[in-house]
Each structure stands twice: as structure tokens, then as C-alpha cells.
Design a protein. Structure first.
Lengths: 109, 138
């Protein structure tokens, strides 16, 4: 299991109904590509986050499939529509079966 | 080690294979693109790929794709050992069909983005990125 995996997400606290907001996500993860070799010439096995999803009140905003070519500490920036007050759920799926989640609430005033 | 005729032959074969590697990698991209598009014709309007012309560090190259109205966008790095980079699938609540991320590039190469539109057509954009230090730990 990858250690010290910490998701960080930036979402505005409030919005007007139907507003387009920008979401930025970052998660600390080595994203070992499976191409590198250690000091003895042995291949370091692949260990990456292979999928990232963002949903709002259960509806999909974005669903990303990640390959080893995504950099260490995967970063994503995208736009979402906020129809009502609710919660953004962020989920990262690790190769080793771990699932990392984070959620942010947003208020429509 | 004694250099026998057999060894010499094997070395010659090895270097020949190595010389053909880039060509094979390029063919892999074509195959993966075909797998995504199903061999359909690929247009070029309606998709933007923003990538730096020169990236000093191939380990983190910021890229941005934008294809208004697209269902999904797939990104390839033509010169990487595994060409696929990421697939973005947009849901109902995506405000715009765009996303930004950071990718690894093994060396100077073309980055290709292909979007699948709801009507089943495909559009493509590509840009060459010059990489000073490759990002594959080689």
C-alpha cells in the first residue's frame, strides 16, 4: 500500500444555482510507473492510482482513467455545474485495491 | 567472456531490435488510437490541446484539453513506453468538457488528444513537446 496518501481538494464554499465552478484536486501518491529500476537493476513494480471520479449528489461530473504516464501526485482541474446545495464526492482507486475518498459541501445561496 | 560467432550474431540481432523500437512504439499509438476510434475518420475541429512547447522536466508536464460537447477525451504520448496517458469521461454535471493535469513524457514527442463526440464522430489535436530531461527514470 502506498503510504501517506493525502487527498487535497479545493472547491468554493458557496455558489449561485447553476453556477460553473472550478475544482482542483491533488493527491499525494508516488505513481510508480513500472518502468523504473532500483539500484540492483530490478524493475520496481507498478503501483498507481488507476481511476479518479468526482460526483455531485450521486451524479457524475468527471471520471478519469489514469495510466502510468500521469505524474507523481496526480493533479486534476475541471469545471462543474452546481444545481443545488449538496456534496461533491471525490474517489481515487489504487492498483492495490485501496480507495481514497474526500468530500466537500457547497451551499447554494 | 570469449566473443564467439554466436555471441556476435546475437548482439547484432539485439541492436537491430533496439533500432526498430521507436517505430514499434509509434505503431502501438496507431493501434491504441484505432482501438478508441474503432477505425472511424478523425476530424480536427472542436478540440484544443494546450501543452508547453518546451518542457524542462519530463516528469511533470502540465497539459490541458478542451473539447466542447465531447463525451470523452483520451490523451496519448506517442513516444512513451506505454502511449496511453489518461481518459477523461464527462458526466451530466461537467460544466465544460475540459480538464487539466500533469503528465510524464519520456522524451521529445507528440502529445495527442482525441475526443469522442455524442454523435459518434472523433476529433483530434496534437502538439509536439520538446523535453529536456525525460520522465521515465531511465
Amino acid at each position: 500500500m502506498a503510504e501517506n496518501v493525502k487527498p487535497r481538494v479545493r472547491v468554493p464554499r458557496d455558489a449561485t444555482a447553476g453556477e460553473e465552478i472550478t475544482i482542483k484536486t491533488l493527491i499525494s501518491h508516488p505513481m510508480e510507473s513500472g518502468q523504473r529500476k532500483d539500484g540492483d537493476g530490478n524493475v520496481i513494480p507498478r503501483s498507481i492510482i488507476n481511476r479518479f471520479t468526482c460526483t455531485f449528489n450521486g451524479e457524475t461530473v468527471i471520471d478519469v482513467t489514469l495510466e502510468p504516464a500521469i505524474s507523481t501526485n496526480p493533479y486534476f482541474e475541471f469545471q462543474a455545474i452546481v444545481p443545488e446545495t449538496g456534496t461533491f464526492e471525490f474517489t481515487w482507486y489504487d492498483d492495490d485495491g485501496d480507495v481514497y475518498t474526500d468530500s466537500k459541501e457547497i451551499t447554494v445561496g | 567472456m570469449k566473443l564467439t560467432r554466436r555471441h556476435t550474431l546475437m548482439m547484432a540481432v539485439g541492436s537491430a531490435v533496439a533500432a526498430f523500437m521507436p517505430v514499434r512504439a509509434f505503431a502501438a499509438v496507431e493501434e491504441e488510437i484505432a482501438a478508441f476510434t474503432g477505425g472511424a475518420e478523425v476530424g480536427s475541429d472542436g478540440i484544443t490541446l494546450i501543452a508547453p512547447e518546451i518542457a524542462e522536466n519530463g516528469n511533470t508536464v502540465p497539459i490541458e484539453v478542451d473539447a466542447p460537447g465531447a463525451e470523452a477525451i483520451i490523451v496519448f504520448a506517442a513516444g512513451n513506453p506505454t502511449p496511453s496517458v489518461a481518459t477523461f469521461t464527462f458526466g451530466a454535471l461537467a460544466a465544460s468538457q475540459s480538464a487539466a493535469t500533469r503528465i510524464r513524457l519520456a522524451g521529445t514527442q507528440d502529445v495527442i488528444a482525441i475526443a469522442r463526440m455524442p454523435d459518434g464522430s472523433f476529433v483530434q489535436a496534437s502538439q509536439e513537446v520538446k523535453v529536456t530531461i525525460g520522465g521515465c527514470g531511465g
